[in-house]
Design a protein around this ligand. Structure first.
Ligand code: FAD
Length: 594
């Protein structure tokens, strides 16, 4: 595999030419200093860090994995991980988009997200250590008392402490209403927490001085289901340096992200502190779920990019057979495989999904910044609605496409893709988890169709559709864009009809929505990417002749590829949705035989 190169040119295109973040970001209170120059210097520094420090540790980390010592419950991360983390802290990246009141740099998510993409491309297992900490920071920042914030946030911001999210238990993952971990009041404002959490990412390691676990547990008198879950801060070490009985009991042996410690965490009367209100723990967790789910989507994006870079380099170098229309490089023993249409299909699929995913990420990061900082309440609400609608789409569509891209990367390498030393198979293994955690992609689809679309009678979807409709209207007479605008408007209308059809059917039978959900999410993913590709083509046309025609022509050609070869998937999605729940539900449980 070639060395990873951060896609700085494409990030510049997406941030400054397509989404035009500079028209908005420096106008938001608190982001006045986040100018284009500042963005560029951070992106450059992050690119160097990712290319030179963590990318070289990706394969060795996978080979070495994390080591658990049962005698003292400690975990050793692979060689170089700790040093790279220290450097990351020294560069100030742990506090990049954190509150300056706690030592953060106060930069927007619009800047932080591309940096996260780079980390995911370079070394996704490493990226999860600071990633999980940021989740803990966000939850405490949003819901902690002033004292809790003063105690924990400065350390999470400077990276000397890291954080975890402890939700999952052996008998419950999706259905957190089943969780059993108990929290008994100690009478002094603290709680005694007992239970077992599994699959806890970055749950134990040697990279920081302390680990702050955010733990979901039940108070003694709590209601039974999700309404009875509270959130607690459970530090590994107390402020006086004494050890809290919260310890790693084992590490999971797993398919990918082997360099990230996935821990069983045993809490044995561990001292914890309630965060937020009693029984409101799940909603506290959910305030930072949007960012976490987008972070997960970025794992699909980042790995897709890394796989594309590997596949493209290989396809230019690997000589096999001749082009069908005759030798393209007669002086060579054979033509490079990039001449073959089937190889180009795979490379272009990787490229088209990755670049559209990058555009969607920038769009949503900007909405998160607007939602947080815009002075106008309507602007904040519009941004929040778009984020709510498109977060499950970004999480599931980007990770499904990232996995497909990583798989195609292996295919481009032929048998060599299956051999470990090339690094392509690791990308497939590392990407697979992104479709499972932070709510499986099936659950994202149910969230989109059930909560985000049907529950508000399509209000958020209509708002989003209006934006696409406006784009189509504005470009109705644009001959250059006609090949995109026509199919886009047609699809927009069809999605309206399809959504209505699902809504009607699910009034009669709730399984109809469950049956349609995954196909519906891909449908919304496709219209979103189709809209973004049309917009990218529009920008590219406007820039032709300015000195970078190769880049802009590639954008237009990739937009055409998307419309010609990937978007037609919507026809099969619509057809599958139309057939409803019956084909899924009519086989009796006992007739599923093997
Ligand atoms: C490597 C790794 C790291 C992780 N990191 C963390 C972490 O840091 N913190 C943490 O708390 N957890 C973590 N998890 C747990 C992860 O979030 C869960 O595994 C995930 O949410 C799914 O839960 P489950 O595994 O129990 O599957 P289940 O909930 O048992 O689901 C099994 C299948 O049933 C489907 N399903 C379930 N309910 C429904 C429904 N109502 N409708 C349709 N389909 C349904 C699911 O989509 C899935 O396909 C991690 C897991 C792994 C493997």
């Amino acid at each position: 595999m070639p060395a990873y190169k951060a896609p700085l040119r494409d990030l510049d295109f997406v941030l400054n030419e397509l989404i035009k973040v500079q028209d908005i970001i420096p106008t938001l209170p608190g982001y006045e200093d986040a100018t284009q120059d500042i963005f560029a210097s951070y992106l450059e520094a992050a690119a160097q860090f990712c290319e030179n420090e963590i990318a070289p540790l990706n394969r060795s980390g996978d080979e070495e994995g994390c080591e658990f010592n049962a005698a003292d419950h400690s975990v050793k991360t692979p060689a170089g991980f700790k040093q790279a983390y220290q450097q990351f802290c020294e560069l100030g990246f742990t506090g990049l988009d954190c509150d300056p009141a706690y030592g953060g740099q106060g930069m927007p998510k619009t800047l932080a997200f591309p940096i996260m993409e780079m980390q995911c491309s370079a070394n996704v297992a490493w990226s999860m250590y600071p990633g999980l900490s940021h989740g803990a920071y966000a939850a405490i920042h949003a819901h902690g008392t002033p004292e809790q914030k003063d105690t924990y946030l400065p350390h999470l911001v400077d990276g000397s402490w890291t954080g975890t999210m402890c939700l999952t238990e052996p008998h419950c993952g999706t259905d957190l209403g089943l969780l059993k971990t108990k929290a008994e009041p100690n009478g002094d404002g603290s709680y005694s927490i007992t239970g077992t959490k599994i699959f806890i990412s970055a749950g134990e390691h040697d990279m920081s001085d302390n680990i702050i676990h955010l733990v979901l547990a039940r108070l003694p008198d709590a209601p039974k289901d999700v309404k009875g879950i509270s959130l607690f801060i459970v530090p590994k070490f107390h402020a006086d340096g004494s050890r809290n009985p919260v310890a790693c009991g084992a590490l999971e042996h797993k398919m990918g992200i082997k360099a990230n410690a996935t821990a069983v965490i045993n809490l044995d009367n561990a001292k914890g502190y309630l965060i937020g209100e009693p029984n409101k723990g799940l909603s506290c967790m959910f305030t930072m779920m949007n960012a976490a789910r987008l972070g997960c989507g970025m794992q699909g994006l980042g790995i897709g990019e890394a796989s594309f870079q590997g596949a493209l380099t290989y396809a230019r170098e690997r000589l096999q057979m001749r082009a069908l229309a005759g030798a393209k490089f007669p002086e060579k023993a054979a033509d490079p495989i990039i001449v073959h249409p089937d190889v180009r299909r795979m490379l272009l699929t990787q490229k088209a999904y990755t670049e559209a995913g990058r555009a969607l990420t920038a769009l949503l990061a900007l909405q998160l910044d607007i939602e947080e900082k815009h002075p106008d309440a309507d602007a904040r609400q519009d941004a929040a609605d778009l984020v709510a609608l498109l977060t499950p789409v970004a999480k599931a569509f980007m990770t499904d496409n990232g996995f497909e891209a990583a798989n195609m990367g292996v295919q481009v390498f032929g048998g060599h893709g299956f051999i470990r030393e090339w690094g392509m198979e690791q990308l497939v293994r590392d990407c697979r988890i992104s479709q499972l955690y932070e709510g499986t992609n099936g659950i994202q689809a149910i969230d989109l169709l059930g909560r985000k679309v049907l529950l508000d009678q399509g209000a958020k979807l209509r708002k989003f559709s209006k934006q696409i409709h406006k784009f189509c209207e504005a470009n109705a007479g644009n001959a250059q864009l006609a090949e995109f605008v026509g199919p886009l408007s047609k699809l927009l209308k069809e999605i309206g009809e399809t959504t209505m059809g699902i809504g009607m059917a699910s009034m009669m039978d709730k399984d109809e929505a469950g049956a349609a959900a995954t196909d519906f999410l891909r449908l919304i993913g496709h219209i979103t990417y189709a809209w973004l590709w049309a917009r990218m083509a529009e920008v590219a046309y406007s820039k032709l002749g300015g000195g970078d025609d190769a880049f802009y022509n590639a954008k237009i050609t990739t937009a055409r590829f998307y419309y010609a070869k990937l978007l037609p998937e919507v026809e099969s999605l619509k057809a599958k949705i139309k057939t409803g729940a019956k084909p899924l539900m009519s086989l009796q449980d006992e007739h599923f035989a093997f």
